[in-house]
Design a binder for this molecule. Sequence first.
Ligand code: PLP
Length: 473
Amino acid sequence: MTDYSAGVFKEAFQLALKYQSELPNRACRPQTTYHEMRDLFSEPLPEAGFNDRETIRLLGSVGDQGLMQMRHPRFFGWVLGASHPVGIAADWLATAWGQNSAYHASPTTAALEEVAASWILELLDLPRHATVGFATGATVGNFVALAAARGATLRKHNWDPDADGLFGAPEVHVFIGDDAHTSVFSALQYIGFGHDRVIRVETDSQGRMKPDDLERKVGDRSGPMIIIAQAGQINTGAFDPFAEIAKIAESAGAWLHVDGAFGLWARANPRLKALTEAIEQADSWVTDGHKWLQTPFDTGYVIVKDADAHKRAMTTWASFLPMHQEGDRIASSLVPELSRRARGVATWAIVKSLGRKGVAEMVGRHCEVARRMAARLATEKDVHVLNEVVLNQVIVEFGAADESLESRREQTQAVIDTVVNSGTCFVGGARWRDRWVMRISVISQNTSVEDGNIAVDAMIKAWRQVRGSSSVD
Ligand SMILES: *Cc1c(COP(=O)(O)O)cnc(C)c1O
């Protein structure tokens, strides 16, 4: 390694270190808009090259302005993890090693991914013989699991879609809760099922699938079936009633898939595990690393009980790939990609450094912070927490109950804007049924009870400001 390379690495390292040290004191929101950043970075394709070190320096100085502080302990936007430092460091090393993790060509990364996969199964207490693919996230994870489900269900009806495609295949009935995550519909689109060709199952006030409606709709049909359940609804954090759903799936011979992008991690905490009761009876599960486990982006895990269905859906044929032995884990037969980043390295490092106890503590703490934030917000006049806070998600609407939906929507958005502009914390808005809500996701590694209190102070202050100005109008 020349000194010259060392200079580039050091430059990036110094910039990352500076960011890390400034992070707690930064405003959570970006300093600039997307359009401003586009203007700052736009230039004609460079004809001549530019100094490497200066390139990294420029990236740091310009790029720094447009960063959303997703790693900040008071970042409550969407449902995002905070990229654990040990994961970042491991990821750097994996990148610096330059390992293509398609296959066993890199013994180190192949082995680390295999070990990490077994740890994930243990943390989530899912069948230890299940296969685990390291995908980019839950969207692609859902795609992989549903592709496996497509093959397994259709082969039972004498059709092999992995070999022969879908033209002429028997119809597969897909049942999905009305409050499923949008990415599952994308996954259905990718596997040729279409995002609209589904049988929607009614949900209750928390977004949980109603088993009696599922049972009735399944009972009306025959042939290959897939039921898609959810652990952790994106707004309410609610869990589908898996025991009842699993029973229906079993008697119908349906494949049961669970999207548990963040909710599946409830299983890592003994006090929360009961929320997922009977989930282990499903056929496949998806969860993210880059949400609750705090891996750097991007990492998701797709877990399938039927290894054969999993591998047949994602098989790669290539004679140039190194030979493997019977029983070896072939990473590229579990995800769509062949060449890819060594995603298992960061997962291995984070689980190694946190341990089972560390993961359980973090998940439990986040749920406790969410519960306390909701309890404090609910004591404020005309502030309504709309969900049962069972996990880490809190949805809040601002405005008096006798005001119009539109007026409450405006006030809620005004509170969100005021809070975000203050820089104290970051929250987003979301639609829940006919309401517009402020959605709080407590899922950032270091978020403490104190952070929750500071954020709630800012929210209440913003609400009083909005209330004050609207009563003047
Ligand atoms: C975030 C999320 C997804 C999508 O995950 P990505 O990692 O963004 O692809 C799917 N389902 C649920 C419930 C989610 O919260």
